[in-house]
Design a protein around this ligand. Structure first.
Ligand code: KG4
Ligand code: ZN
Length: 334
């Protein structure tokens, strides 16, 4: 069978990325240009700056990726692009680049939902086996998803308020860590002890999550300690917080696997880079005989390889768009 080369474009937040992936599973070349250092000066992503930087970088990143792959646009079979969700000005840059390339080179255009992309980062590690449960943990999403087959997504639970990555970043800010704080809280947690009596968030029978309560209780305890002039044990806060997050994520995910009688688990999204989450899931899945896949660290956060991989399976399902494709800041996968 002829190989299919998909060129993927991702620009939904602060990474300008282009990648070429063969048959939805073999990465040929990827370029990721991160703007993180610029936004760190402001304590978070500044949408206007982010979209302007995407405009400056997108053509350079496309050319660099083709050069790295030693390929020409003529050899590409189709173009996949994140059309949403994300920052609208940022998405527009990727969608404009993709629609233009599709028009000029007469290539099919494949719209990819950002979360489908995160999920398919796993297909670059191991061929995904179905049925599976996907735990998506990112800066904007926390979802438990049932997949009967390729490119079929059924939500079985999700956060009722903050996404887990958002919560990591807010807790980091309260204990004076710079943006993006998630990886720093993760690191700091190993230097502390679980001594703060934080609540286990939404510990019920549902497959839903809630992280705003645990965030508020950390904000309150920091304020109270400050008012009393007490020392704030940041390392212990990081450790106690991470333990609670890992406990609730593992508890609900393992319950979902059992209830849906599924033996395959994948984890996706930026927070799947978290070492506490990775280690605990590896330990539990070994014990329970569950087949677990987690993306390599560099494909946990935003990149275009995951978009090109997802694009291949969307294309096989006949999901294509024309050059009127619109970027959508808010759009559901379900
Ligand atoms: O997937 P992503 O790029 O964003 C969305 O698509 O929404 O994930 C970014 C999020 C940020 O909140 C960041 O703090 C978090 O992932 N993150 C982590 C770690 N690495 C990245 N959170 C906890 N521990 C980590 N090691
Ligand atoms: Zn993402």
């Amino acid at each position: 069978m002829k190989d299919t080369y998909i060129l993927g474009i991702e620009s939904s937040c602060d990474e300008t990325s282009v990648s070429i992936v063969k048959n939805g599973c073999k990465e040929i070349a990827t370029v990721v240009l991160s703007q993180m250092d610029v936004h760190a000066n402001y304590g978070g992503v500044v949408p206007e700056i982010a979209s302007r930087m995407h405009v400056e970088n997108i053509t350079i990143v496309i050319e660099e990726c083709l050069n790295k792959a030693n390929m020409k646009m003529e050899e590409i079979d189709a173009i996949a692009v994140t059309y949403g969700p994300g920052l609208i000005g940022c998405l527009l840059v990727g969608v404009s680049a993709a629609t233009t390339l599709s028009y000029i080179y007469n290539k099919p255009l494949i719209p990819v939902h950002h979360i489908a992309g995160h999920i398919y980062a796993n297909n670059l590690v191991n061929k995904m086996k179905f049925p599976l449960i996907a735990l998506v943990v990112s800066g904007g999403h926390t979802d438990l998803i049932y997949m009967k087959e390729d490119y079929s997504f059924k939500k079985i639970g999700g956060t009722l308020d903050d996404a887990v990555g958002e919560c990591y970043d807010k807790v980091a800010r309260v204990i004076d860590l710079p943006y993006p704080g998630g990886p720093l809280v993760d690191k700091l947690s190993y230097e502390g002890s679980d001594t703060y009596n934080l609540p286990l968030p939404l510990d019920d029978d549902s497959f839903n999550f809630s992280f705003s309560g645990i965030k508020s209780s950390i904000i309150n305890l920091v304020h109270n300690e400050e008012q009393r002039g007490n020392e704030i044990r940041k390392k212990d806060i990081a450790c106690s917080f991470q333990n609670r997050v890992v406990e609730i994520l593992t508890k609900k995910t393992i319950k979902a696997l059992k209830e849906y009688k599924v033996n395959n688990l994948i984890i996706a999204g930026g927070v799947s880079a978290n070492s506490g989450i990775r280690n605990k899931f590896i330990e539990l899945c070994n014990k329970e005989g569950i087949n677990l896949t987690i993306p390599n660290i560099k494909y946990c956060t935003d990149n275009a390889a995951m978009i090109a991989a997802a694009g291949y399976f969307a294309y096989k399902k006949g999901i294509t768009a024309d050059i009127t494709l619109k970027a959508e800041a808010i759009t559901s996968l379900f």
